[in-house]
Design a protein around this ligand. Structure first.
Ligand code: GLU
Length: 303
C-alpha cells in the first residue's frame, strides 16, 4: 500500500510592504486548504532580497495573520538566516554540472532580445553554457535548463507544459553581487520543510516550471525511494483593484485594515465568489469557512 505524505502547505510572503488584501486572500486560501486536509500550514518570510525587505513589514505580516486567526505551525522560516543552506545546495548542483558561471551583462542579454516586444520574456541564449569568453568574469550563476519540457498539473488550470529553453533559457540562481534568486531559495525551502501542496496567486504560475526543474535537479541520491515528487500546485486567481491592476505593493495596495478582521475575511471571500459567513470572531469564521472551502476546492478542480 502506498502511504500518502501528510499535507504540508505554506504561505511565503516577501516582506517588502505591509500585508494587503491580495496577500490575505492567498494566506487564507492556503490556510484553509491545509485545514481541510488536516495538514500543517507553515509560514516563511521571504526576505532574501535584503535591500527590498524590511523588518517592520515582516512584523506587520505576522501580526495581521494572527489577528485573522491564521496561525501557522512551528517556527517561522526566515530566508535571510539560511545563506549557508543555499550555498550548500549550489555546491550540490555544481557537483552534478547543472550550473555554470555566466559573464553576460544585462545589456548584452537585452541586445540579443531586442527583437522582442516590451513585456515579453527575455530569453538567455546560452552564451556561456560551454564556458565564458576569454578574459571575462562571472556575473551570475545559471541553471542548465533540462532538454525536455516541464509538464505538471495545476488543480485549477489543469495540465500545463513549459519548454524552458524557449520561455526563459538557462536562468540565474545567484547573482554576481551575492543575491540568491527566488527560484533557488523557494525550492530549497519547500524541500527542506517537506511542503507537499503549494496554494498561491496565479501571478506565479509561470515561475512553476523553473521551480519544478530545480526541484528535480535536487533529487537523485543513491536511494531511488528517496526521490520526493514536486508539490501539488493550485494557483488562485489574484485580486484585482477597481482599475483591473493586480493588487500589489508596486501598485500601492493598502495594508489590510486594522479594525474588523471578520469584515476583511468576508471581503477576500467575496473575491473567491463565496457568500458571506455569519460569524462574530475570526476563529469562528474560519471554522465555518472550512467546509465551504472543501466544496470550493472540488468545484475548482480542472476537468
Ligand atoms: N514570496 C513570493 C511573493 O510574495 C511568493 C512565493 C511563493 O509563494 O512561491 O510573491
Amino acid at each position: 500500500m502506498q502511504v500518502q505524505a501528510p499535507y504540508i502547505g505554506r504561505f511565503a510572503p516577501s516582506p517588502t510592504g505591509p500585508l494587503h488584501l491580495g496577500s490575505l486572500a492567498t494566506a487564507l486560501g492556503s490556510f484553509l486548504d491545509a485545514k481541510v486536509h488536516r495538514g500543517q500550514w507553515l509560514l516563511r518570510i521571504e526576505d532574501i532580497d535584503e535591500g527590498r525587505s524590511d523588518s517592520a513589514s515582516a512584523e506587520h505580516i505576522l501580526h495581521t495573520l494572527k489577528r485573522h486567526g491564521l496561525q501557522w505551525q512551528g517556527e517561522v522560516w526566515v530566508q535571510s538566516q539560511r545563506h549557508t543552506v543555499y550555498q550548500a545546495t549550489l555546491t550540490q548542483l555544481q557537483d552534478k554540472n547543472l550550473i555554470y558561471p555566466c559573464a553576460c551583462t544585462r545589456k548584452e542579454i537585452d541586445q540579443i532580445n531586442a527583437h522582442r516586444a516590451p513585456g515579453e520574456n527575455r530569453i538567455y541564449p546560452g552564451t556561456c553554457r560551454n564556458g565564458m569568453p576569454e578574459g571575462r568574469e562571472a556575473r551570475a550563476i545559471r541553471f542548465r535548463c533540462p532538454v525536455e519540457p516541464i509538464e505538471w498539473r495545476d488543480h485549477r488550470l489543469g495540465a500545463l507544459k513549459d519548454d524552458l529553453n524557449v520561455s526563459s533559457g538557462d536562468f540565474v540562481l545567484k547573482r554576481g553581487d551575492g543575491f540568491w534568486a527566488y527560484h533557488l531559495v523557494v525550492v530549497v525551502d519547500d524541500l527542506a520543510s517537506k511542503v507537499t501542496h503549494i496554494v498561491r496567486g496565479e501571478d506565479l504560475t509561470d515561475t512553476t516550471a523553473r521551480q519544478i526543474a530545480v526541484w528535480k535537479a535536487l533529487q537523485g541520491g543513491l536511494d531511488p525511494q528517496a526521490v520526493v515528487p514536486p508539490p501539488a500546485y493550485w494557483h488562485l486567481p489574484v485580486i484585482l483593484a477597481a482599475d483591473g491592476q493586480k493588487l500589489s505593493k508596486q501598485t500601492g495596495a493598502l495594508a489590510v485594515p486594522e479594525h474588523d478582521p471578520v469584515l476583511n475575511l468576508d471581503t477576500v471571500w467575496r473575491h473567491f465568489g463565496l457568500d458571506k459567513i455569519k460569524a462574530t470572531a475570526a476563529s469562528q469564521w474560519l471554522e465555518l469557512a472550512a467546509p465551504v472551502w472543501a466544496n470550493y476546492r472540488a468545484a475548482q478542480a480542472a476537468r
